[in-house]
Design a protein around this ligand. Structure first.
Ligand code: 13P
Length: 252
């Protein structure tokens, strides 16, 4: 296996007020704030970014936005830009999460613009892809994932892609308690890496981290991480509690 450092990321979604986020961040800092063999990132809601960044300062835990808009500034009420995330202390930004695709009209085309904005702003994009249950049941998993990659990454160079992280999150496994089996996950991760190799060459394919997301818990992280093409996790529900998230971070 190539030398990819695992990344365990927590997506807090629309949970936690400022004080609640502060509590989790403080506890997390004491539990995994100095861990060296795994990279850790949390993505709090926008309103808690500043607070969490302040608390996690001096720790190794990185911070991400859950979304961004592609313009740097302007009259776009309600939106947040890459420079704003950067200014709030973010190093990463989640882009194209299935909940944004499902509820907020995100498409592969908007995802593409957002990735460009993230890279321009010096943020690491975490591109989320994954099939729905109906798509899996009708045998379309690979074609859906392939299209999300091709359209989401259209126009980017190998250099750009090398900076990104991909998160494979089968929609049917998100928040449902239905984790993909390790074989199901590995099969798609291997396919994604194969697509990367075809489009950007072997060294990019080997370097790009591919995270798995969907009902990851302390109990199942070990077997997922044992798969050759799974390089980490994007954790929702189980990242809201510091002790359970730390249990995932310390999977070894
Ligand atoms: P759950 O871990 O709650 O299934 O959520 C996964 C997810 O959507 C992370 O982005």
């Amino acid at each position: 296996m190539a030398n990819r450092k695992p990344l365990i990321a927590g997506n807090w979604k629309m949970y936690k007020t400022g004080p609640q986020a502060a509590e989790v961040a403080s506890r997390l800092k004491s539990l995994v704030g100095d861990i060296m063999d795994v990279e850790v990132m949390v993505a709090p809601p926008f309103t808690a970014l500043g607070t969490v960044a302040g608390i996690l300062k001096g720790s190794v835990i990185r911070i991400g936005g859950q979304d961004l808009f592609w313009e740097a500034e302007g009259a776009y009420t309600g939106e947040i830009s890459a420079p704003m995330l950067k200014g709030a202390g973010c190093t990463h930004v989640i882009i194209g999460h299935s909940e944004r695709r499902q509820y907020f009209g995100e498409t592969n085309a908007t995802v593409n613009r957002k990735i460009r904005a993230a890279l321009l702003g010096g943020l690491i994009p975490v591109l989320c892809i994954g099939e729905s249950e109906a798509e899996r049941d009708s045998g379309q998993t690979f074609s859906v994932v392939q299209k999300q990659l091709e359209e989401g990454l259209e126009g980017f160079s190998s250099d750009d892609v090398q900076k990104m992280t991909i998160a494979y999150e089968p929609v049917w496994a998100i928040g449902t308690g239905k984790t993909a089996t390790t074989d199901q996950a590995q099969e798609v991760h291997e396919f994604i890496r194969g697509q990367m190799e075809t489009a950007y060459g072997n060294s990019v394919a080997k370097a790009v981290r591919i995270l798995y997301g969907g009902s990851v818990k302390p109990e199942n992280i070990g077997e997922l991480m044992a798969m050759p093409d799974i390089d980490g996790a994007l954790v929702g529900g189980a990242s809201l509690d510091a002790d359970s998230f730390a249990g995932i971070v310390r999977y070894r």
